[in-house]
Design a protein around this ligand. Sequence first.
Ligand code: ADP
Ligand code: MG
Length: 238
Amino acid sequence: MTGPAGDQQDVPVLDVRRMSKVYGEGDTAVHALRDVDLVVRRGEYVAVVGQSGSGKSTLLNILGCLDVPTSGRYLLDGLDVADLDERQQSVLRNRQIGFIFQSFNLIPRTTAFTNVELPMVYAGISRRLRRQRTSAALDLVGLSGRNDHRPNELSGGQQQRVAVARALVTGPALLLADEPTGNLDSASTEDVLGLFDGLHAAGRTIVLITHDHEVAERADRTVTVTDGRLTEQAGARP
Ligand code: ADP
Ligand code: MG
């Protein structure tokens, strides 16, 4: 699946209009997102900050097509996600989005190499190309010496670097990270943020969720979620 014809540079990677998300209904309904507008352009590095329970993960799950909004419109790379069936959404997710989670979400008892290779198996990429790209991605995150290590043989920081390699390997338009440094010590946090800096410099589009303002400062733009409402931090645009 590709975006619409025309100049891809002009199509925002994310274009969210008046998006709301309600969990449940009636008296117990939770308004997790309220009329959220958000446009992210190619190459931007955006931090989403907010307190626990403010709606950050809900937003990220919808942006990543892991969940659907209750109302509003969401274009991913120019495609209206609501127009796609579940299979098309999963293809879009596999090709266009790289996910990085707080708890790494690597497959246990499976080597670093295979963890990184797997998204390409699902994408139907040839074995030879898979091996090349996996090696290059592990090299990029500084883990080429750890190809055969399983997650439990790696430190938290190393596991997250494997997860970054896995997120990158299909060449997605967008990297989505939910509290990627939440389980890391300060040295590993610095490693992972350094990787993100490099990816950003190389033109990747990154949306990173964090409750840590020091982490958010690495991005070139910060938006804040408060009780499901999103506000742009004044003067944060470069
Ligand atoms: P954050 O990531 O900022 O901590 P979340 O997006 O996880 O916030 O949650 C936002 C609000 O939605 C919270 O009140 C949370 O309890 C509620 N919520 C999140 N997921 C669900 C769910 N699956 N069902 C019901 N309520 C949920
Ligand atoms: Mg969360």
